[in-house]
Design a binder for this molecule. Structure first.
Ligand code: 13P
Length: 252
């Protein structure tokens, strides 16, 4: 059975002290929670990953990176490789976030390379994609999402999906307070699962967790997560507060 996942993408927030504090709070809050089929992940900034991994040890909390470079090593000033992430105990990496695509020029082709680099290093990938407002207004959301998935992931063998989590994040709902309605999220998630089923068959499609991201908060998490094809959330703003984050985890 596929897992439910609540992942906090901290983006460029939280210095060392704040990272220690938030990891401690979240670790404590989930200690007694029954998380049978739910994984809880936080993604701090690169410089605080090692600390977060150490502080999350022997707890149910997992730590992911927010990005990664596709090359093994070399002259790529300011970049971080899969090996470096692994060396500090990170097992999961977020790739393809719309902020990486929009502000740092990450294309589908680059993302395909990043996915390959992560998987060949045995890192799990949380792969993000989603349409912009103009796409939705013109009814192109499925075409855009279908193409993002196809271009970055469809070169993979079926087996690779054991290490892939998908995260649908409509750009118009990120950090705007505007959330996709539970029905809009379900419709898109069902489309995503069908896209996977058409290419790889039902077994693969049913095994992949598909997260929704975009202004998820304690007040709307339960309804969004209640939809059959929504297997959790990728949380931005509300992941920076341990009470809000835990309330979202508790929505399952
Ligand atoms: P918000 O929850 O702040 O809208 O951010 C969502 C997101 O981008 C998570 O990756």
């Amino acid at each position: 059975m596929r897992k439910n996942i609540v992942a906090g993408n901290w983006k460029m927030n939280n210095d060392l002290k704040a990272t220690r504090k938030l990891v401690k709070q979240i670790r404590k809050s989930i200690k007694k929670a029954e998380l049978d089929n739910t994984r809880v992940i936080v993604a701090p900034t690169f410089v605080n990953l090692a600390t977060a991994v150490k502080r999350a040890k022997k707890s149910k909390l997992e730590v992911a990176a927010q990005n990664m470079h596709q090359a093994t090593n070399g002259a790529f000033t300011g970049e971080i490789s899969a090996d470096m992430l692994k060396s500090v105990g990170v097992k999961t990496v977020i790739l393809g976030h719309s902020e990486r695509r929009a502000y740092f020029g990450e294309t589908d082709a680059i993302l395909a390379e990043k996915v390959d680099a992560a998987l060949s290093n045995k890192l799990e990938v949380i792969f993000c994609f989603g349409e912009e407002l103009a796409d939705r207004k013109t009814g192109k959301e499925e075409t855009v999402v279908g193409s993002q998935i196809e271009k970055a992931l469809f070169h993979l063998e079926a087996d690779a999906y054991k290490k892939i989590v998908l995260a649908y994040e409509p750009v118009w709902a990120i950090g705007t307070g505007e959330t996709a309605s539970p029905e809009q999220a379900q419709d898109m998630h069902a489309f995503i699962r069908k896209t996977l089923a058409d290419k790889y068959g039902n077994e693969v499609a049913d095994s992949v967790s598909i997260l929704y991201g975009g202004s998820v908060k304690p007040a709307n998490a339960k309804e969004i997560f209640s939809k059959p094809d929504v297997d959790g959330g990728l949380i931005g703003g509300a992941a920076l507060n341990s009470k809000d984050f835990y309330a979202i985890v508790s929505a399952f």
